[in-house]
Design a protein. Structure first.
Length: 250
């Protein structure tokens, strides 16, 4: 009942000229996808990605957004700026932002509120580090990260949010959570949402898995009942690989 959503996270890769090439390679390969297809590109590639995907089934997202509406925040980009361009999605709280750029659960919440208020769909990233999993804190941590991120949204707004469960130890490492591990932790996230916001909201919100998802492991992961899609880093930079992930059900 939930439409799967496969999103590429290009991270800091591809100049505008390179983005144009990749998008045009991708277009014919993903045009019959049953999943919602999103590419989250660097800010400077947004214009190109929006222009080149016009009239296609590919949606465009950014990789971050500032939480203030406007003002003296040199180097930052507001939700209204993205919205006016035609951007539909935005990744919030990616572990690389948490690790390298001081992102906290509090700022993830502020960015989420700003994005939703402007009409963008946030893809909120949560997930544990290796030592946190080993210490047995995974469930408590993802629950806490999720509920703080959603704090202040209405039930209707939460239904439209996308959550990406990305175990930090699986990102860019080639290590993937097992199908069962990913399914179980996503189930924990869904239960936490259900306890606070009720079953209807929890059953509607889409929760992706992310962390070395690729053409080889996508089928097994997507066969799990709790997993509604993927946030794809490395494998989203090559059109054939990304299209195989997008077309996992074919
Ligand atoms: P990866 O990245 O697929 O390269 O592991 C996923 C992500 O960071 O969103």
């Amino acid at each position: 009942m939930r439409t799967p959503i496969i999103a590429g996270n290009w991270k800091m890769n591809k100049t505008p000229a390179e983005a144009k090439v990749l998008v045009n390679e991708l277009k014919p390969l993903v045009k019959d996808a049953n999943a919602t297809v999103v590419i989250c590109v660097p800010y400077v590639d947004l214009c190109t990605a929006l222009k080149e995907t016009e009239g296609t089934n590919i949606h465009v997202g950014a990789q971050n957004v500032h939480f203030m509406e406007s003002g003296a925040y040199t180097g930052e980009i507001s939700a209204a700026m993205l919205k006016e361009m035609g951007v539909e999605y935005v990744i919030i709280g990616h572990s690389e932002r948490r690790q390298y750029f001081g992102e906290t659960d509090a700022t993830v919440n502020l960015r989420t509120l700003a994005a939703v208020k402007a009409g963008l769909t946030p893809i909120i990233c949560v997930g544990e580090r290796k030592e946190e999993r080993e210490a047995g804190y995974t469930n408590a941590l993802v629950e806490y990260q999720t509920l703080i991120a959603l704090n202040g949204l209405t039930d209707e707004e939460i239904k439209n949010v996308v959550i990406a469960y990305e175990p930090v130890w699986a990102i860019g490492t080639g290590l993937t959570a097992t199908d069962e591990q990913a399914n179980e932790t996503i189930g924990v996230i869904r239960e936490a949402i259900q306890r606070k916001y009720g079953k209807e909201v929890a059953d509607t919100v889409r929760i992706q898995y992310g962390g070395s998802m690729n053409p080889k492991n996508v089928k097994g992961l997507m066969a799990q009942p709790e997993i509604d899609g993927g946030l794809i880093g490395g494998a989203s930079l090559k059109a054939p690989d990304f299209s195989l992930v997008v077309n996992y059900d074919k």
